[in-house]
Write a protein that binds this ligand. Structure first.
Ligand code: 6R9
Length: 695
């Protein structure tokens, strides 16, 4: 029964990883939101779950973890051996790295000299092992009546046809391809087709605007852009091809011309007759790709050859092209997927992330397929036709692993429990969370209501840069604490450092860094290795700096506390404050802008923008809307400010630096915590701003 389960685990708690202290008082009662209370709240997997798990006790975790740290080469080679390599890596050089900028250029290599192909391993290898008829992907469309599926053999045929078409265009090893598609099966198919021929895909989230798309096109100079004519999100159509048209004109102006736009006809959203067309440049996917052979030889690539570029936000206006390579990324995403979700071959796995983000790369496409899993791809939105859609889908496909973001949990929580309990959800076994810290009350709702207090939650902390999970529960191994991402994955050495870069031991808070590389680490920022070193390796010499704050509690559990740089996290989407600011100041009537993050009930963080107008321009509702529209047009709707705060002046130091600390407090209405404002050039602007808060 339940109480003996607890005893069993309490005994094994003394075997938690090093750094974990002894549990003083165990309290499984809901104690509210304070961290002190959460720290003592342990939630145990059932003994059944643990008994059948890949890692079933803290002891087993600790043994594997210790081995992965003491002998990373041995640990990772053994796993890498389970994949197909055309040529083996040099066994003396499984990993060679330098993370210390003071000792020379930062570089990370894994499985150097090995030749492989991630598409081969994710698709062909499963067919060769007899799973050709297994469903690789289910597809659920925007409308509940639309669906589809592909077996591994069918997936291979589709991938090969596109790969052959790309080859016929002269696209090959090292060439960039931009993919601007919604969640159709054609999106993972396009990624895999690029990987098969050694081309480097760069997926741009289909919620990005034409300007953002153009910026990425100019940076990576793709041979072609792959898109579709339109998609429907709920009742709203989005005309993606029109956005690409604008982006291509914009890129051309900036010296990069792309001669080909391969367009998938997404018939349920828009007919081809209605699509604007430039016959010399545009090609319908359905007209050409289907004519190509369904077999295509694999291009064997070096483990360190680039696999993809994915642009992400940093502290400056220019997005960073995070570059991942083939071998290490393959081994790492597959292994993290397997353990963090305690994957079983019978699982039906659904990750709600879009392939436009890293989660969709590592845990919709590569990680699951490398394990031969059945993956669900969902084109629609969680509240269409109503807020029960996710659970309707869970029951329709008997989803066993459901991986989503806290913002979705919070928004469904607000819509009411009846939407959940209307469905059975009995197939669910493991839940997952990603993108931002999950607050304990959302965690509990997810656990108690969605998972009927039966399914462990893997709260996976990681980043675009890390390629795969870094700090995550292994669901059968240890008790969870709502809101904690728990312990490091195999091979990962997180450390918490103070301002001076000194490691702090035991119970503490500080900056989260990683010591030593792991196979899934990014290798550079495309075209800007210097920015790679400056952003990630210079702040704390010898370490990879994550940009996140973190606390470690008395039991060694990790609690991520959010970004410590100028990046805000809106509904799990990373947005640089500088990007929003530069969009705002491009508005002819905006003189200056300062953007800060502010707590938001559903999105986690909302975007709060202070704007100064050009002399003589009056602030008006119309101007507010037009400022917001400017951001939507330049970045995308997801980056639209939640609040525009008209600021006749901004609080600046005498040297002219904007004091964001003060702006954050004003935005959060924490007016008694403004701190010292005497160093401001004009302290009076603070009162002025406060007075204008409700404009
Ligand atoms: C995978 C992904 C990375 C940033 C990261 C952190 C936040 C992601 C989290 C989390 C707390 C988690 N983050 N997962 N914070 N707990 N489980 O989201 O990548 O888009 O690059 O964002 O997201 O702040 O630094 P990416």
């Amino acid at each position: 029964g339940a109480s003996s389960d607890k005893l069993r685990h309490v005994e094994s708690m003394s075997e938690l990883p090093s750094g974990a202290g002894k549990i003083s008082g165990i309290n499984a009662v809901v104690l509210g939101e304070s961290l002190a209370a959460e720290e003592n709240d342990l939630i145990f997997p059932s003994s059944d779950f643990s008994a059948n798990a890949l890692v079933s006790s803290p002891k087993q975790y600790r043994e594997m973890y210790e081995r992965s740290i003491k002998n990373p080469a041995g640990f990772w080679s053994e796993i890498a051996e389970t994949f197909y390599w055309k040529e083996k890596w040099n066994p003396a050089e499984v990993c060679s790295e330098n993370l210390d900028v003071t000792k020379g250029p930062v570089q990370i290599n894994w499985f150097k000299g090995g030749k492989t192909n991630i598409c081969y391993n994710a698709v062909d290898r499963n067919i060769e092992s007899g799973n050709g008829d297994k469903i690789a992907m289910y597809w659920e469309g925007n409308e509940p009546s639309q669906d589809g599926k592909l077996t591994y053999s069918e997936l291979l045929e589709k991938v090969c046809q596109l790969a052959n078409y790309l080859k016929s265009l002269g696209v090959g090893k090292g060439d960039a391809v931009i993919i601007y598609l919604p969640m159709l099966l054609e999106l993972p198919i396009a990624m895999l087709a690029c990987a098969r021929i050694g081309a480097v895909h760069s997926v741009v989230f289909a919620g990005f605007s034409a300007d953002s798309l153009a910026q990425r096109i100019v940076d990576c100079k793709p041979k072609l852009v792959i898109t579709c004519n339109a998609v429907k999100r709920g009742v709203k159509p989005i005309f993606l091809k029109d956005i690409v048209d604008v982006a291509l004109v914009e890129s051309e102006k900036n010296g990069v011309s792309v001669g080909l736009c391969l367009t998938y006809e997404n018939q349920s959203a828009m007919k081809r007759e209605d699509t604007k067309w430039q016959p010399e440049r545009d090609v319908w996917w359905q007209d050409v790709v289907t004519k190509f052979p369904t077999k295509c030889d694999v291009e064997w690539v070096d483990a360190e050859d680039p696999l993809f570029l994915l642009y992400t936000s940093g502290s400056t206006g220019k997005p960073k092209g995070v570059l991942h390579t083939s071998g290490g990324y393959m081994v790492y995403t597959a292994t993290t997927f397997k353990y963090a979700f305690d994957y079983k071959p019978t699982d039906i796995y659904w990750c709600t992330a879009d392939c436009g983000w890293i989660t969709g790369h590592s845990y919709v496409t590569y990680g699951p397929l490398l394990n031969g899993a059945t993956v669900l791809v969902f084109e629609g939105t969680p509240n269409y036709p109503d807020s029960g859609r996710c659970w309707d889908i869970v029951d329709k496909y008997n989803v066993t692993i459901f991986y989503t973001a806290p913002t979705l949990v919070r928004s469904l929580m607000r819509d009411g429990t009846e939407y959940v309990t209307r469905y059975s959800r009995k197939s669910l076994r493991v839940l997952g969370s990603v993108g931002e810290p999950i607050n304990p009350s959302a965690w509990r709702w997810f656990y108690n209501i969605v998972g009927d207090s039966r399914c462990p939650i893997s709260d996976t902390w990681w980043q675009t840069e890390t390629g795969g999970f870094m700090i995550t529960p292994l669901p059968g191994a240890w008790p969870q604490k709502p809101g904690s991402a728990t312990f490091p994955f195999f091979g990962v050495q997180p450390v918490i450092v103070d301002e001076k870069g000194q490691e702090i031991e035991g119970e503490c808070s500080g900056y989260l860094c990683i010591k030593k590389s792991w196979p899934g680490a990014f290798r550079t920022l495309y075209g800007d290795h210097e920015r790679y070193e400056t952003t990630y390796f210079k702040p704390f010499a010898g370490y990879y700096f994550t940009g996140d704050g973190c606390s470690r509690d008395k039991d060694g559990y990790h609690w991520l506390t959010g970004r410590v740089d100028d990046v805000i996290n809106v509904s799990g989407h990373r947005i640089g404050t500088a990007e929003v600011e530069s969009a705002l100041v491009s508005h002819p009537q905006c003189a200056e802008a300062a953007v800060v993050g502010v707590e938001h009930e559903v999105k986690g963080q909302g975007i709060y923008a202070f704007v100064t107008l050009v002399d003589g321009v009056p602030y008006s509702e119309e101007l507010r809307k037009s400022l917001i529209m400017t951001v939507r047009n330049q970045i995308g709707a997801f980056a639209a400010p939640d609040k525009i705060h008209w600021a006749p002046g901004l609080p600046k130091t005498r040297s002219g630096k904007i004091m964001r600390r003060i702006l954050r407090k004003i935005a959060a209405r924490q007016l008694d915590e403004l701190g010292d404002i005497s160093t401001l050039a004009e302290p009076a602007v603070v009162d002025q701003l406060i007075a204008l808060s409700d404009c």
